[in-house]
Write a protein that binds this ligand. Sequence first.
Ligand code: NAG
Ligand code: NAG
Ligand code: NAG
Ligand code: NAG
Ligand code: NAG
Ligand code: NAG
Length: 406
Amino acid sequence: MCGRGQLRWGWGHGAPTLTLLFSLLVSAAPSGVLGEGTRQVSLQVIPSCPGCPQSLLHIRAVGANSTLHYVWGSLGPPAVVLVATDTPLSVLSVNWSRLLSPEPDGGLTVLPKDSIQFSSALVFTRLLEFDSTNISEATADPPGKPYPPYSLANFSWNNINDSLDPVTLSAMFQGHPVDDPTGAFANGSLAFKVQAFSRPGRPTQAPRLLHTADTCQLEVALVGASARGNHSLFGLEVAMLGHGPDCPSVQEQRSIDDEYAPAVFQLDHVLWGSDPSGFVQWRPVAFSQKQGGRESALPCQASPPHPTQAYSVPPSPIVQAFFGSQNNFCAFNLTFGAPTGPGYWDQHYLSWSMLLGVGHPPVDALSPLVLGIMAVALGAPGLMLLGGGLVLLLSHRQHSEYQSIN
Ligand SMILES: *[C@@H]1O[C@H](CO)[C@@H](O)[C@H](O)[C@H]1NC(C)=O
Ligand SMILES: *[C@@H]1O[C@H](CO)[C@@H](O)[C@H](O)[C@H]1NC(C)=O
Ligand SMILES: *[C@@H]1O[C@H](CO)[C@@H](O)[C@H](O)[C@H]1NC(C)=O
Ligand SMILES: *[C@@H]1O[C@H](CO)[C@@H](O)[C@H](O)[C@H]1NC(C)=O
Ligand SMILES: *[C@@H]1O[C@H](CO)[C@@H](O)[C@H](O)[C@H]1NC(C)=O
Ligand SMILES: *[C@@H]1O[C@H](CO)[C@@H](O)[C@H](O)[C@H]1NC(C)=O
């Protein structure tokens, strides 16, 4: 890529500026980014009985002094329970007979209980569809006339065991509505692809979210389903377990740098609360093609999270099993695409990614390419000043030598 060449050129000419910039950036970055780094990550499928399709995906990420547990499940709507403990020895315990009973409270525990520093949950409640035919503004809310939403609690999901990949630390829940009278999902599916990481990095696939070993990535992909209109926009309703009476807001972080996600200068996140906390982070972009690029980028809008009564969120047995039945939720809608431009209608494909984690959300430092450009831009005038100074110095010295000889 051209970025590499420019980068080297930048180093050659502007190294001091670059070092200064870099040290400024490093000292400004919150400590979460510089965290201890690696974790021993294992993925385990916990079936309700040998060979049963009903199962949980347990991601256990062990660090020097802590363990993170992510428990993903598709009993009821797709949901994840995240638990951070301050010991490398904490374990997940599942009581399936309780979890599958009408009162699942206590069916899911992390032991020892007093090691738990933070716990919360996300529930993906509904797939939304809007008819944007007569909408002209890209930011209209809602982005069109809503069709009846698909309740994700009424989907049937594949056996997670079939997609478990211990090498990439990933697994996928793929589902379609149990009841599909129009055959909209006859050739289609909604997939939740979960990936964990043992060290910090950035995937090669757009939107290339920076991850740490404390995070998990979720990619939601709608593929091949027939839309109900020619100009359908899709959305996802998400409920997060509330902490306290108010709902957190979606915070936007702007950057001058778009190297990793072309033309996207924003990173959004929702923090559950104060330290230690969890977060959800995403770039406000979705893609209408598998190889996500600038041509297939769709805007993604998030509505402000607002309190929702537990009864309006389809019950998630795993959330109830861990947290009991008295829960407050904050729900928000994500909508993908605009009435004009690329859309799901192009290739019957839509994907969107987010990061879920504990601690501080990863912060994008300026990319090497942008640093290189800045170093060149700042370095060239610096060189001219330096050069000018040398000339002055030399001429001054010649002048004084000439004087002393005299
Ligand atoms: C882990 O524990 C050790 C010893 O108790 C301590 O020195 C270190 O700072 C801790 N590391 C983290 C990341 O908390
Ligand atoms: C699991 O839950 C059932 C029903 O609540 C209870 O009878 C059983 O003892 C529990 N099993 C374990 C291993 O705790
Ligand atoms: C769009 O507008 C046209 C003309 O006003 C109207 O006939 C049509 O029903 C509208 N379609 C939708 C989906 O609202
Ligand atoms: C599903 O695919 C089959 C074969 O490609 C095709 O005949 C059928 O029309 C498709 N159904 C829908 C609802 O797209
Ligand atoms: C959708 O597009 C088809 C073909 O372009 C057209 O015949 C049909 O009337 C359109 N439907 C709506 C609801 O606009
Ligand atoms: C999401 O959008 C749907 C359809 O417009 C609406 O019924 C629902 O109340 C919205 N949910 C939230 C949490 O805003």
